[in-house]
Design a protein around this ligand. Structure first.
Ligand code: ZN
Ligand code: ZN
Length: 345
């Protein structure tokens, strides 16, 4: 089968690989129909993710058809259409029992990281019963791919951890796919306003379309001054950091209101400055989290009911044979006004 393989820092290629086989009775082999590329895949290609070693098939998002369920898989049968979860989880270990699927002893973020992933014609899914979702009836399976990772990540790590409530003021730093997913799902709680901060005018335009009341281009103006102007010098109750560099986490500290929360979503590779001289008396908190995907069944219900539709995240479509081009396009996302690349097999 064809698969997109990481070959060490800066290198990736579409290569021939053997079709994966069942290794444990709880595995399922899934024939992939659609997949996409995550910002995290670009981090891997840059050589930033030490756990992902050369030779790995990338990808942790996708929709497919169960090709072969292992003998202990009870929830799915051959031919079932499934959503592949970015997090694999056994549902029984200590972490899973606490809802921390991301730290599952048998799973967590392993797909396209420590085991072969979804950017291939077939993928082996461990602990399949609790790592796959049935496809809700009548939904668009291309749009469904957005529920493998980004919607739950924006919602859990950003909106829930940021304690967004009715009437909250929200600032989101970073209008990439996950920042926009936080914007879209923050609306489920009726915040009084959402301010999107980014440096890319196109992404800010998309944020407006997705319902941001204010957009701030931090390449042109001081984001702190603008946010303070908008909030009468108070700051925001929830500040969602969705970039993952020191400058944006430091900016988030300048935007948070007394009693507020900074919810970090970004994947950080270096230490950041914590402005304790400014924050020590602010009754504020900072949260971090890897997505657990505990809310994915709920988000899927809203999708099936037409209450949540992330169709507009898909800006580009490619056939899998052009996967390398899809990567280079996504690597130059600003130039191509790219959010999510939908890859069809
Ligand atoms: Zn991802
Ligand atoms: Zn577990």
């Amino acid at each position: 089968m064809k698969a997109l393989v990481y070959n060490g820092k800066g290198k990736f290629a579409l290569e021939d690989k053997p079709v994966p086989q069942i290794q444990e009775p709880t595995d399922a082999v899934v024939k992939v129909l659609y997949t996409t590329i995550c910002g995290t895949d670009l981090h891997i290609v840059k050589g930033d993710v030490a756990t992902c070693t050369p030779g790995r098939i990338l990808g942790h998002e996708g929709v497919g058809i169960v090709q072969e369920p292992g003998s202990a898989v009870s929830r799915f049968k051959k031919g079932d259409h499934v959503l592949i979860n970015c997090i694999s989880s056994c549902a029984t270990c200590d972490y899973c029992r606490r809802g921390m699927y991301s730290h599952c002893e048998k799973g967590g973020w392993i797909l396209g990281n420590t085991i072969n992933g979804t950017q291939a014609e077939y993928v082996r899914i461990p602990v399949a019963d609790s790592s796959l979702h049935p496809v809700p009836q009548g939904v668009d399976e291309k749009t469904l791919v957005m529920f493998s990772d980004i919607l739950a990540t924006g919602f859990e790590c950003g909106v829930q951890n940021g304690k967004v409530q009715p009437g909250s003021t929200v600032a989101i730093v970073g209008a990439g796919p996950v920042g926009l997913a936080a914007l879209m799902t923050s609306k489920l709680y009726s915040p009084s306003l959402v301010i999107m901060v980014d440096q890319d005018p196109n992404r800010l335009k998309v944020a407006q379309k997705f319902g941001a009341e204010y957009v701030v281009n931090s390449a042109e103006v001081s984001a702190e001054e603008e946010v303070m102007k908008i909030t009468n010098n108070v700051g925001c109750d929830a500040v969602i950091e969705a970039v993952g560099v020191p400058a944006t986490l430091e900016l988030a500290q300048d935007l948070v209101a007394p009693g507020g929360t900074i919810a970090n979503v970004g994947v950080h590779g270096t230490s950041c400055c914590l402005k304790m001289e400014k924050l020590w008396d602010r009754n504020m908190s900072i949260t971090t989290r890897l997505v657990d995907t505990t809310t994915t069944p709920m988000l899927l219900k809203l999708f099936a009911a037409g209450r949540l539709n992330p169709k507009d995240f898909i800006t580009h479509e490619f056939n899998f044979k052009d996967m390398e081009k899809a990567y280079t396009t996504f690597q130059a996302a600003a130039q191509h006004q790219a959010l999510k690349m939908l890859i069809s097999m």
